[in-house]
Design a protein around this ligand. Structure first.
Ligand SMILES: Nc1ccn([C@@H]2O[C@H](COP(=O)(O)OP(=O)(O)OP(=O)(O)O)[C@@H](O)[C@H]2O)c(=O)n1
Ligand SMILES: C[C@](O)(CO)[C@H](O)COP(=O)(O)O
Length: 381
């Protein structure tokens, strides 16, 4: 899921730093984090914004264009973070009402953090930024020894994205063009009150070498991806129609089964149960139970989909292949996708239904029945 920003909201992602504290051969934002660059991950979080400005170092312009051109406006930054933000604000002049300014080095910012900032701005706050209360004791130290303590009451660890009315933060940057730790500091200097919104421990800023492993751990434990497959067969018998993937199709025969014999929906249901390690349809809806005689197979699919949701999963995608000589599936595939998506409560673009013949070989080739295979991907983020 991505946050869909209200109209007029833009984002600036700062990525012009050199990442000297992180070490490594190249600036940290261009390094790989579990298969994708840190910067790609940071930008992804703002895919639901109408306008995104990416601020990069002049040396990185070519690869920024290679990796991100099209989706975002790319500009070059300055010697300090504040100067880089200023370049981003300049590119947005007259193009937006509000702006969220984010560190390209915070690749794990979640939807809730971004939405919290938007909600505060929409609620009337002139500026809003996420933070976490300091929970450790705070010391002063010198020469490897504690020299004093500092009360932590009322202290917060600031995160990004930090959100503002565009004209106000642009003005604050013009009034105080020198470096500042963040944009909130400049806003306060310009007299703009800033609301604190919920931050997240996962929204770390990659700063030191150990932060890469920490981010990878968060990603690794945060994602639970399950794949399941399902296979089913039903024989033709007397009748004048078949049910396939929730669509009734006129045919010279029917399919024989305890329920409505919807072989495609059964394969998909089993794929979901499989991904959840929950056995198959027979375990949940025993054929020996008369109440399922002639049942609409949508009951089974909805049960499996609900079970997945109860366990905290969303659907990545599902793919069903029907294997038969007849009836022709092509003309009905779109309706099947729509019906399966409706039952599962997902967008139809995540569901595929396709068909193949078995070149007249085997039981499907002899038109004795229909087989179906299905795969389902479940994701817990
Ligand atoms: N001149 C600068 C400096 C920083 N940043 C960006 O601001 C964010 C936060 O800065 P920081 O973590 O300090 O990044 P670096 O300046 O790259 O790190 P370092 O201080 O270790 O060199 C990063 O996404 C960084 O790329 C920027 O756009 N322009
Ligand atoms: C903007 C920021 O990420 C908020 O915590 C932080 O101020 C950036 O600091 P840095 O000194 O550029 O690492």
């Amino acid at each position: 899921m991505t946050v869909t920003a209200p109209p007029g909201y833009a984002a600036i992602v700062t990525a012009a730093g050199r990442g000297t504290r992180a070490g490594g051969g190249e600036p940290k934002q261009w390094r790989d984090l579990a298969g994708r660059s840190i910067l790609a991950r940071s930008l992804d979080a703002f895919a639901g914004f109408d306008r995104v400005v990416l601020v990069v170092h002049p040396d990185d312009m070519a690869r920024a264009i290679r990796d991100f051109a099209g989706g975002v406006t790319i500009v070059t930054g300055g010697d300090t973070r504040a100067a880089s933000v200023m370049a981003g604000l300049h590119a947005l002049e007259g193009q937006a009402t509000h702006v969220l300014i984010h560190d390209g080095a915070r690749p794990l910012v979640g939807d809730a953090v971004i939405q919290g900032v938007i909600d505060a701005l929409q609620g009337g706050a002139p500026a809003a930024a996420p933070a976490l209360p300091v929970s450790d004791a705070l010391w002063k130290g010198a020469g490897g020894a504690v020299t004093g303590t500092t009360p932590r009451d009322g202290l917060f660890r600031a995160q990004t994205p930090q959100g503002f009315a565009l004209d106000q933060i642009s003005n604050a940057h013009r009034l105080h063009p020198h470096d500042a730790a963040d944009d909130v500091e400049l806003a306060l200097k310009a007299g703009i009150p800033v609301a604190i919104t919920p931050g997240s421990e996962d929204n770390l800023k990659i700063t030191f070498p150990a932060d890469f492993a920490r981010a990878e751990r968060i990603l690794g434990t945060a994602m639970d991806i399950r794949l399941g497959n399902g296979y089913d067969v039903h024989a033709f018998g007397p009748g004048n129609h078949v049910w396939l993937c929730g669509v009734q199709i006129a045919h010279e025969a029917g399919l024989v089964g305890h329920s409505d014999a919807d072989v495609g929906m059964h394969a998909l249901t089993d794929a979901i149960y499989g991904a959840l390690a929950e056995g198959d349809i027979g375990r949940h809806f025993p054929p020996s139970d008369p109440q399922w005689k002639g049942a609409d197979s949508a009951i089974f699919l909805a049960h499996a989909a609900d079970l997945a949701r109860e366990r905290g999963f969303t659907f990545g995608n599902a793919d069903v292949t029907l294997i038969c000589e007849m009836p022709k599936i092509g003309p009905h595939a779109q309706a099947m996708q729509a019906r399966l998506a409706q039952i599962m409560g997902v967008d139809a673009s995540r569901i595929s239904v396709k068909a193949t013949t078995s070149e007249r070989l085997g039981f499907t080739g002899r038109r004795e029945g229909i087989a179906a295979i299905a795969t389902a991907a479940l994701i817990k983020a």
